[in-house]
Design a protein around this ligand. Structure first.
Ligand SMILES: O=C(O)CCC(=O)C(=O)O
Length: 263
C-alpha cells in the first residue's frame, strides 16, 4: 500500500515532496537576493574572509522581505504543512536562508533543531526548499526515526561551539559519521521545486556543496502545529528573540503578531 506523506513523516520524521513548489522558485530566488543585499541582524558568514565556497545564512526576515512574506501567506505551503503534520492549525515560526557557494567545503554538522528553539508545539515541521539542483553527494541527510529517540542533543553552532543550557539534560550527539551503517540515513538528489519536510527532532546534517557549477541555495520555512508555546531553554537559543525572554515563561502562548496563524 502506498504510504501517504503524513504517514511517512510520522514514521521517519522526514518526507520528500517532489515538484510542488516549481512555480514559486523565482519568487524565493528574489527573496534570497534581497536577503543577501540587505542582511538582517542575525546574518552569519560561516566562512569569513572566503569569497570562493562561502557559506552564509540568515533568518527571521520573512516579515520584512516581501518575497518570503508572499510565499508564507499565498503559496500552498501552509496547507501542505498542515496535511503532513496532521494538525488543526499552522503557525509561522520563521524562515532560514542557507547558501553554500560553488565548491563550498563547509559541512553542516549533524544536529536536530528542537533544542535550539525557544518554542515547542504538538506538531513541528521545517520545509527545506532547494533553489538549485543538488546531487545526492551534496544533499542534506536525515536519520530516519531519530525524532522518536526521546532525546534532546546539545545544540551545536554551525561553527562547532556548544550552547550552554542550564539545568538541561541535553546529551552530546553520538559520532554518526564514523558509524553511518548503524543508522538509516535518508537523502535525495533534488531539483528546484522539490521540498523536504522534517520534524524539529529529526537529526540532520549536510556535506559541503560539491558542485563546481552552482551554489546550493535553500530556504527552510519553519512551522508550528497545535498548542504552540514559548520554552525557556536556560540559555541562548537560535533564533534568540531577546525581546521575549524577559516577558515570556515556559508554557506561555506565543504572540500572534510575531508567530501568526497561517492555516
Ligand atoms: O542547509 C543546511 O545545510 C542545513 C539546514 C538545516 O539545518 C535546517 O534547515 O534545519
Amino acid at each position: 500500500m502506498l504510504e501517504t506523506e503524513h504517514e511517512l513523516f510520522e514514521r521517519d520524521g522526514v518526507v520528500i515532496i517532489r515538484g510542488l513548489f516549481k512555480d514559486w522558485i523565482p519568487l524565493l530566488e528574489s527573496g534570497v537576493n534581497t536577503n543577501e543585499q540587505q542582511p538582517g541582524q542575525w546574518f552569519r558568514d560561516y566562512t569569513p574572509g572566503q569569497t570562493q565556497g562561502r557559506f552564509w545564512a540568515d533568518y527571521c526576515n520573512w516579515q520584512r522581505i516581501d518575497a518570503f512574506n508572499t510565499f508564507v501567506k499565498e503559496s500552498p505551503a501552509a496547507e501542505i504543512v498542515k496535511s503532513i503534520m496532521g494538525s488543526q492549525s499552522v503557525r509561522m515560526f520563521h524562515e532560514h536562508v542557507l547558501v553554500k557557494g560553488t565548491g563550498s567545503a563547509k559541512v553542516t554538522p549533524w544536529h536536530h533543531d528542537a533544542p535550539y528553539y525557544p518554542v515547542d508545539a504538538k506538531q513541528t515541521l521545517s520545509l527545506w526548499i532547494p533553489l538549485d539542483p543538488i546531487s545526492r553527494e551534496s544533499a542534506i541527510e536525515f536519520i530516519a526515526g531519530s525524532h522518536k529517540w526521546g532525546k534532546h542533543f546539545k545544540p551545536l553552532s554551525f561553527n562547532g561551539e556548544y550552547y550552554d543550557h542550564a539545568g538541561s539534560k541535553e546529551e552530546v550527539l553520538p559520532d554518526i559519521d564514523s558509524n553511518r551503517n548503524d543508522y538509516n540515513i535518508l537523502g535525495w538528489e533534488l531539483e528546484p521545486g522539490d521540498a523536504i519536510a522534517f520534524n524539529y527532532l529529526t537529526i540532520h546534517g549536510a556535506p559541503g556543496n560539491l558542485s563546481k557549477e552552482h551554489s546550493r541555495r535553500a530556504v527552510s520555512f519553519r512551522w508550528l502545529g497545535d498548542e504552540a508555546v514559548y520554552v525557556n531553554r536556560g540559555g541562548k537559543t537560535s533564533p534568540q528573540y531577546p525581546h521575549l525572554i524577559d516577558v515570556l515563561s515556559t508554557g506561555d502562548p506565543l504572540p500572534e503578531d510575531e508567530f501568526p496563524f497561517v492555516a
